[in-house]
Ligand binder design. Structure first.
Ligand SMILES: [Zn+2]
Length: 238
């Protein structure tokens, strides 16, 4: 199964536990903003901050994407990354960060005074609204901080501020995961394109992204088990 996400837009997709999915660069350099939920419970969602605390500012092969409280379990594990070679550049940048949030119309309005409707936050909200038969305003509180797929980012050495630069991604590159639980995903083809110039406008050159979903041979999964939710008692000492 595969689907193409048009530029400056988002689409949802379902990945059964134990299946693999790839986010693939196709026509040109393009970054993607990824949200993940438990397929049966939108309250269990990808927890970017905890993933950062457990694995670091950028993720790659072997790292896991963790879910929110009170669930806190791996939702997906990265199984292959064609951009592993990039490592860390001289500016301290790397790819696939969990430090950025997602481009959104509220911050854009704050900083520029303009309305723009194709930020990743809005793209993801429209896609989830379509999936759940709700309106974007009803469902936008389920949109959360993303995995910035293919994005090249870091912190400046002098003032420790977040920066982004042109992504090294090229057509054919992909990031591959195994779904640890039944997943609903949403991926936005960011209006920043490869994030080398402007964001939150129609100016940057943007390309589609592709999501591919693979069903493995059962014999390949003999040692794999879907993780349980956190075993913490949940009483908080109350
Ligand atoms: Zn974006």
């Amino acid at each position: 199964m595969e689907l193409v996400i048009p530029p400056r837009d988002a689409r949802t997709f379902i990945v059964p536990a134990g299946h693999f999915f790839r986010i693939v660069s196709i026509d040109g350099p393009q970054v993607g903003d990824l949200n993940l939920w438990s397929r049966n419970n939108l309250n269990e969602q990808f927890y970017s901050g905890k993933t950062r605390a457990l694995h670091g500012t950028h993720v790659s092969t072997g790292d896991q994407l963790w879910s929110s409280f009170p669930f806190l379990r791996p939702m997906a594990t990265i199984t292959f990354d064609t951009l592993d070679w990039y490592g860390w550049d001289d500016d301290g940048g790397s790819v696939h960060d969990v430090i950025g949030t997602r481009c959104d119309p509220y911050t854009h309005k704050l900083l520029s005074g303009n309305n723009y409707h194709h930020c990743c936050h809005s793209n993801l909200a429209r896609a989830l609204a379509h999936e759940t038969n709700k309106s974007p305003t009803e469902i936008e509180d389920k949109i959360h901080d993303v995995l910035n797929v293919f994005m090249c980012t870091g912190f400046t050495k002098d003032t420790h501020q977040y920066f982004m630069k042109a992504s090294p991604v090229r057509p054919g590159d992909y990031l591959e995961f195994i779904a640890e639980i039944d997943l609903l995903g949403a991926l936005s083809s960011c209006p920043g394109g490869d994030c080398s110039s402007t964001h939150s406008s129609d100016e940057a050159k943007c390309y589609p992204l592709k999501v591919e979903i693979y069903k493995p041979d059962q014999s390949d999964l003999t040692k794999w088990v879907s993780p349980d939710v956190s075993s913490y008692s949940g009483s908080h000492g109350y």
